[in-house]
Write a protein that binds this ligand. Sequence first.
Ligand SMILES: Cc1cc2nc3c(=O)[nH]c(=O)nc-3n(C[C@H](O)[C@H](O)[C@H](O)COP(=O)(O)O)c2cc1C
Length: 198
Amino acid sequence: MKVLLFNGSPRENGCTNAALKIIADELERDGIKSKIICVGKENISGVGATSDASQNFVQKIAAEIKKYDGFVFGSPVYYASPNGTFISFLDRLFACCNDFAQKPAACIVSCRRGGAASSLEVLEKYPQFYSMPMISSNYWNMIHGNTPEEILKDEEGVQTMQVLGRNMAWILKCIECGKNNKILPPRIPQKIKTNYIK
Ligand SMILES: Cc1cc2nc3c(=O)[nH]c(=O)nc-3n(C[C@H](O)[C@H](O)[C@H](O)COP(=O)(O)O)c2cc1C
């Protein structure tokens, strides 16, 4: 079993990465492999804009999704919202990839002080749309600081990430155990899109 963790920050070794590493360490302790990829530093244009470079980058990652069993989407908070580039990335990724459904996901944010809850709400919209079981912790999935060193001093935030990692490992093992005992995810029906018009 393997988890892919997305760093939505342009700072590859910043606070979001430090938070993701805490989760990755917990997963490893529970025997689950993981990989962190930094996508926030890429120049990704909005999903409506024609950009072969953006789309090629996203499609390369989309092709890898089937190899993973769980996902963590992490972003810094910018003006009480996730990094705009990361939103563009997620818009493009979820629009072109069919391999996320029914795999567990967690969203996390890193911020200095405020806007964590509104940013989490934005990120959580993606997995919620694709029947992905959401992994929670013993607090909302946020950590506070401006530098990785400060992040590690946020004792409550660190614990939040650790508990999240353990919960992700537990759910992954439950899903695996279910598969081995013929408890399979329900069939996904053909999507009904009504635009509220009958
Ligand atoms: C343009 C910009 C806007 C920011 N807006 C907020 C904000 O609204 N609330 C907040 O608490 N921190 C804000 N921050 C601080 C970052 O969210 C915080 O330092 C975060 O931990 C950085 O994560 P990173 O090192 O992974 O990029 C902002 C930082 C930048 C560069």
